[in-house]
Design a protein around this ligand. Structure first.
Ligand SMILES: [Zn+2]
Length: 446
């Protein structure tokens, strides 16, 4: 059990963890599958549910609907304190989930079942867990009159799983007044523990990679497949794709990963260098799947298309590449990519997102660290760089310093990163309760 040194440890409606499990189950039961098109159920039902939960404790909220059914909720809370900070803090979570193929699962992905000490269901870790933590903590504090002196904006968004265009992007582009005065943001994906050499290391997200989705096109001379053709689009394109896919990108450590690797090296009794970075990443077990991708730029060819008949050389061949680049290494990424692609293949940018990196220092970092150590005194807390993107990319455009901090104390043998968008997504009940207690302490300190 975690230590709780508060003599008045509340066991009632004022307990920040009292509702977290039921709130998480209820949110999972509202199917908010996001297929990236018009086909899903949308987020309106979940948004209305959240607005009701806030209203029950006297917090007024506003719905922002970018198109019918694609609904986000935003509310102002706290900020009544005199003499404290008056710049705002955004706490944000998304309401949508990726779809789930029920036949692959051991349980109905939208049942919110509790089994073997876990809450099961789509969204259990991404990210109805954190939505539930936020709601449980906010409701308990509001009931107990423990409202933060710092102005807080609570935001539950639509459409994060398809890039946030119908959620966070609309809020930032069309309703920026809702975020006026906000200087810092806390959302997913961070605060969870990974076990290294028997020690729990809590990973706070302090950076995200950038994204470059590209279409490559080679054009050549059409002709009969039986004849000599030195200007074959398929040959040229496939050579470029093979070079891009096989390229060994060099290790590049950003400030965030330097801190993380120094922490791990310390636990392993060694020193961190670019040479041993891959070995240090392996110390993380399952989490190495994601962390291995954030010490280099990456390029994965994902789609190929050319031709219509075996004896016809086509004029054109196309491929798509999913490129991800580290903060500070965008120029190197594109220069290398141009070299690998070579002559006669055109690169078109299909989708582009900037990376970001927040310095791992300051009062918010201190508050996150203190709140984890108060509940898990033997823990190690360190920043990490995330391979994918979240709503933070949109909110960052308003100049906020961002972190991912949805605290979960996880069992050493749980392959947590595999659960994101995975089959049998589930979260330990005690990790949810732990997260709510940590986040409650965090709010004492912000
Ligand atoms: Zn998510």
């Amino acid at each position: 059990m975690p230590n709780d040194d508060r003599s008045d440890a509340p066991q009632t409606a004022h307990d920040p963890a009292a509702e977290v499990v039921e709130l998480c189950r209820d949110l999972i039961r509202i199917d908010t599958s996001n297929y990236g098109d018009q086909d899903g159920p949308g987020e309106r039902k979940a948004a209305e549910h959240v607005a009701t939960l806030l209203d029950e404790v006297g917090i007024e909220s506003r719905m922002i609907e970018s198109e019918p059914g694609r609904t986000s909720v935003i509310a102002r809370w706290g900020g009544a304190g005199a003499g404290g900070r008056d710049d705002g803090l955004l706490l944000h979570g998304h309401l949508d989930v990726v779809p789930a193929a029920a036949e692959d699962w051991q349980v109905d992905p939208f049942s919110g079942e509790v089994q073997d000490g876990y809450v099961w269901g789509r969204g259990a870790v991404d990210m109805k867990d954190f939505d539930a933590m936020l709601l449980s903590v906010v409701r308990a504090r509001q009931r107990a009159g423990r409202v933060p002196e710092r102005p807080i904006v609570l935001c539950f968004t639509a459409d994060e799983e398809a890039g946030g265009h119908k959620g966070a992007q609309v809020i930032v582009d069309e309703h920026a007044e809702e975020l006026e005065g906000v200087t810092e943001a806390v959302g997913e994906v961070g605060g969870f523990s990974a076990t290294v050499r028997g020690r729990r290391v809590y990973l706070i997200e302090a950076a995200e990679k950038g994204m470059a989705w590209m279409k490559l096109t080679a054009r050549g001379r059409a002709g009969h497949g039986s004849m000599i053709n030195t200007d074959n689009a398929v040959t040229r394109l496939s050579a470029a794709v093979a070079r891009i896919g096989a390229h060994q990108w060099p290790v590049r450590l950003t400030p965030t990963m330097e801190v993380l690797l120094a922490t791990v090296a310390d636990l392993a009794g060694t020193e961190a260098t670019p040479e041993n970075a891959p070995a240090l990443i392996e110390e993380f077990g399952g989490a190495a799947r994601m962390l291995g991708a954030v010490i280099t730029n990456t390029t994965n060819p994902t789609m190929l298309s050319a031709g219509y008949k075996v004896n016809v050389i086509p004029t054109e061949a196309t491929a798509y590449v999913d490129g991800r680049f580290l903060p500070g290494f965008e120029d190197e990424f594109f220069a290398t990519l141009a070299e690998l692609t070579g002559e006669g293949v055109e690169i078109e940018h299909v989708s582009h997102q900037q990376p970001w990196e927040t310095p791992y220092e300051g009062h918010l970092v201190d508050a996150m660290t203190r709140s984890i150590l108060a509940e898990d005194e033997d823990a190690v807390v360190a920043p990490y760089l995330m391979s994918g993107g979240t709503d933070a990319k949109h909110f960052r455009r308003l100049g906020m310093r961002s972190y991912g901090f949805a605290p979960l104390r996880l069992p050493a043998d749980l392959d947590f990163t595999a659960l994101f968008h995975g089959v049998d997504e589930r979260v330990p009940v005690d990790a949810l309760e732990f997260g709510a207690r940590v986040f409650d302490r965090f709010l004492d300190d912000v």
